[in-house]
Design a protein around this ligand. Structure first.
Ligand code: N7H
Length: 457
């Protein structure tokens, strides 16, 4: 079985708090940092065991992860034997591969290899997080330097759990064999080695100390919310029998693959169904295939239920790609929104959402055992690929996060089909990005024991 005392809490269950701080640091005094890492920091890091049980949860949960340059700085001799090329090169080297139009939009701290690690602090209040950061900073003293921080926060009121475009997030995650005892209908059951190094299903050679660690892909993804809303209403479909507002909501839902409530359009194709959305026995129980319709439904051409380009179909194609579902490219997502709510000035187009004081988006976190069969693969080979899924012609990129990284203006020119349920071939042209990558880094979230040996030796 898995050693849940050794696996950092965020990987399999997620911190799931109202607030989460991502504190990116560089190591300036290796000896001091190491001595504190093996003692004070080690003792503060929250295991899966501790996070699962509310009774043992600390006031503020703490996780820590290191970039390749961080492990090298710490003198970890076999860092390269983690055997992941994307991790080794760092995310900056992958900027173009991931579809980013250069690094002009990147947070300066990410546009280099100076980020050695990230601390993840999660709690129900900001005060708790601020306190814990102070504790950690006073332990580490001047052995680290702050490079960047991103403060995540659940959205207020009834938007809690929804990302900034308004859609419920965190519904579909893989179940991990042997860990999730009762997978929900529609959950993909992944081998533990899909997420955790050296566990069953991970066949890459790794150093023994790395067992049950995981690669953390971090991306700061800015969301241009008023611009997204305007696009959706300007390009609303006109399905007979629906009101104008229902057509607008349907258009957004077809770009994402779920309604704002979280109900999947594959099960609720024309109108939202908030009861379905809340029912975890049904809200993920679909494959896009519709065997109940027999020969009346052809999964190669029919987009009545869900467009091939919809975000959730691009990022987990289910039966669109194969039955049984492919066992590559399943990631554990553990992100949280950041930034303010849309202001009245922006909503009325008095002020651009590109004003830096208004930046909002998703602090995206994905865990996997191999980056290029996880996040990196999904973004490059599925999301950004105009010919994915195969055999459907040129359907275009994912309208939410897809990028063609070519053609004027910048990477923003993209044509997609499938959005109109009355005319699957009708193209819509997206001339701007609703999600802008501000960069990120690849980290390794080591087993807690490795914080002592080898990381602090
Ligand atoms: Fe996505 N969104 O609001 O549109 N995502 N995502 N994502 N995403 C999902 O099922 C969103 C991003 C995946 O198993 C939902 O939990 C936004 C990246 C995967 O059926 C919603 C951003 C990558 C799934 C969003 C963003 C992925 C998924 C439905 C950026 C990987 C599960 C809620 C700002 C490259 C698919 C749910 C499945 C679901 C949104 C980023 C991947 C609403 C706004 C970068 C694998």
């Amino acid at each position: 079985g898995l050693n849940l005392d050794d696996i950092q809490g965020d990987i399999l269950v997620g911190m799931k708090k109202k607030r989460e701080l991502f504190f990116f640091f560089g190591i300036t005094d290796v000896a001091t940092f190491k001595s504190k890492l093996g003692t004070d920091i080690h003792d503060r890091v929250t295991s899966t065991t501790k996070l699962i049980d509310v009774a043992s949860q600390p006031v503020t949960a703490v996780n820590i992860a290191f970039s390749h340059s961080g492990l090298t700085t710490l003198g970890v001799a076999d860092a390269d034997q983690l055997n992941d090329d994307n991790f080794k090169a760092g995310q900056l080297a992958d900027a173009a591969f991931l579809g980013d139009p250069g690094t002009g939009n990147w947070v300066q701290g990410f546009a280099g290899t100076s980020v050695h690690g990230v601390l993840l602090l999660a709690s129900d209040t900001q005060a708790n997080i601020d306190d814990e950061l102070k504790n950690i900073q006073s332990a580490l003293g001047s052995s680290i330097t702050e490079i960047h921080r991103l403060q995540g926060a659940a959205r207020p009121g009834d938007q809690e759990g929804h990302e900034h475009f308004g859609y419920m997030d965190g519904i579909s995650q893989p179940a991990v064999e042997g860990f999730d005892k009762s997978p929900k209908p529609g959950q993909f059951v992944a081998k533990p080695g899909a997420i955790l190094l050296s566990e069953d299903g991970d066949n890459v050679a790794r150093p023994s100390w790395a067992k049950s660690g995981s690669f953390l892909a971090f991306r700061q993804l800015k969301q241009r919310v008023p611009e997204f809303n305007k696009f959706v209403s300007d390009h609303a479909v006109s399905v007979p029998g629906l009101t104008q507002q229902e057509n607008i909501d349907l258009t957004g839902a077809r770009m994402v693959g779920r309604w704002k409530s979280g109900a999947p359009i594959d099960l609720a194709p024309l109108r939202d169904d908030p009861v379905l959305a809340k029912d975890d026995q049904r809200n993920n129980n679909f494959t896009f295939a519709h065997p109940e319709l027999g020969s009346a439904f052809d999964l190669n051409t029919n987009q009545t239920f869900c467009p091939f380009t919809a975000h959730i179909a691009k990022s987990r194609p289910r039966a669109i790609l194969s039955t049984p579902e492919v066992s590559i490219a399943h990631i554990m997502r553990a992100g949280i929104p950041y930034g303010p709510e849309v202001t009245a000035d922006e909503a009325s187009a008095q002020k651009s959402s590109d004003d830096s004081s208004l930046e909002r988006g998703l602090a995206f976190v994905a865990y996997q055992s191999v980056l290029n069969t996880g996040f990196t693969f999904i973004q490059h080979t599925w999301v950004d690929n105009v010919n994915f899924p195969p055999g459907r012609g040129t359907v275009g990129v994912d309208p939410i996060i897809g990028s063609t990284n070519s053609g004027p203006p910048g990477d923003a020119q993209r044509t997609i089909t499938g959005i109109d349920p009355t005319n699957f071939q009708k193209p819509i042209v997206i001339n701007e990005d609703f999600v802008v990558s501000r960069g990120g880094e690849y980290f390794f979230s080591p087993p807690i024991s490795a914080l002592i040996t080898p990381l602090s030796k």
